[in-house]
Design a protein around this ligand. Structure first.
Ligand code: DGY
Length: 324
């Protein structure tokens, strides 16, 4: 980096090692108390900071208005996430703003989290542990806390990208049969014996466990609604580590309440950090606060990838993970 370190406005606190590299190579303007900014506040702070780049997170709504408010000297928006549904890409393009993300490095952590939710949902982990913690475990019972065994069950993966494939690999270790749906069929070496369903609705009809791994787009918003839930196998399990709005919460809650579906494991929520209270009342839900990528190794790596992208922008190179 040159002697004049570019000013980077950073919307949230980042892992220590990432902030150390930022401070070494840039002039960062950090968000000391880590509270997400509202749109107007964010624009004002970026302007006042004299920022040349913004390092943002999925908690920042980078709408057309926010992007339009960015001074021209802001060259790049590097998101600390693989997902970029919080960024209006058309507005960024129109504003000549380079947008980058952090793919690959969070694949394993997120797939681990999906597997954890599959097992937790199937084995009633939350209900069983809560009973123990409440002091209500009176004795071992042949009929107590009976869950569903995943061995031999069909796992339907909606969105067979990097994370979907990594989940398939894990689930094969549990002897699950893999089915998937995506825009196109994978080549045999990546499919690794999984069964492709060109129509996602066919996937619903065969999945004992359905795990969502597609990006949030206009097409996938409320993909899992009441009509599609009706197509699912009775007593199936739903897992979502992708984005909350892919699911119609009211429809899923009704299906979990009535027993149409056996259980759900959710790491992401429509409108998070608010969670539909209907989920909280149910014993057959396992609910995580969007921790899919939350390991030290992964969060450090995400920060370093975001910085690699900025290094490329300010070094006059094409960023390795340019989205637009
Ligand atoms: C992402 O990167 O998009 C995740 O949701 C946060 O890890």
């Amino acid at each position: 980096m040159s002697a004049q370190h570019p000013v980077v406005f950073v919307t949230r606190r980042l892992p220590e090692a990432v902030e150390a590299r930022l401070t070494r190579d840039y002039t960062p303007v950090l968000n000391a108390d880590d509270t997400p900014f509202g749109s107007a506040d964010l624009v004002e702070r970026v302007v006042n900071a004299g920022a040349e780049a913004v390092l943002c997170c999925p908690t920042d709504k980078m709408t057309a208005d926010v992007i339009a408010g960015m001074p021209n000297k802001v060259r790049a928006l590097a998101t600390f996430s693989v997902g970029y549904d919080h960024i209006d890409l058309e507005a960024a393009k129109a504003h000549d703003l380079i947008v980058t993300n952090t793919p690959d490095v969070l694949t394993d952590a997120t797939a681990d989290c999906a597997m954890l939710l599959i097992l937790a949902a199937a084995r009633r982990a939350w209900a069983a542990e809560s009973m123990l913690r409440r002091g209500d475990w009176s004795n071992w019972a042949p009929t107590g806390q009976i869950g569903i065994q995943v061995t031999g069950k069909r796992l339907g993966i909606f969105g067979m990208g990097r994370i979907g494939q990594a989940l398939a690999k894990r689930a094969r270790g549990f002897d699950m049969e893999i089915h998937y749906s995506d825009l196109a069929q994978l080549p045999p070496e990546l499919e690794a014996g999984a069964t492709f369903h060109a129509d996602p609705e066919d996937l619903l009809g065969v999945s004992d466990v359905l795990s969502l791994h597609c990006p949030l787009t206009d097409e996938t918003r409320h993909f899992l609604d009441a009509r599609r839930i009706a197509l699912m196998i009775d007593g199936a399990i739903v897992v979502n580590t992708a984005r909350g709005p892919i699911v119609d919460d009211e429809a899923l809650i009704v299906a979990l309440r009535t027993g149409k579906l056996a259980a759900a494991g959710l790491d992401v929520f429509d409108g998070e950090p608010k969670v539909n209270p209907g989920y909280l009342e149910l014993e057959n839900t396992t609910l995580f606060p969007h921790i899919g990528s939350a390991t030290k190794e992964t969060r450090d790596a995400m920060g370093f990838v975001a910085l690699d992208n900025l290094d490329a922008v300010f070094g006059g190179r094409t960023p390795p993970n340019r989205v637009v």
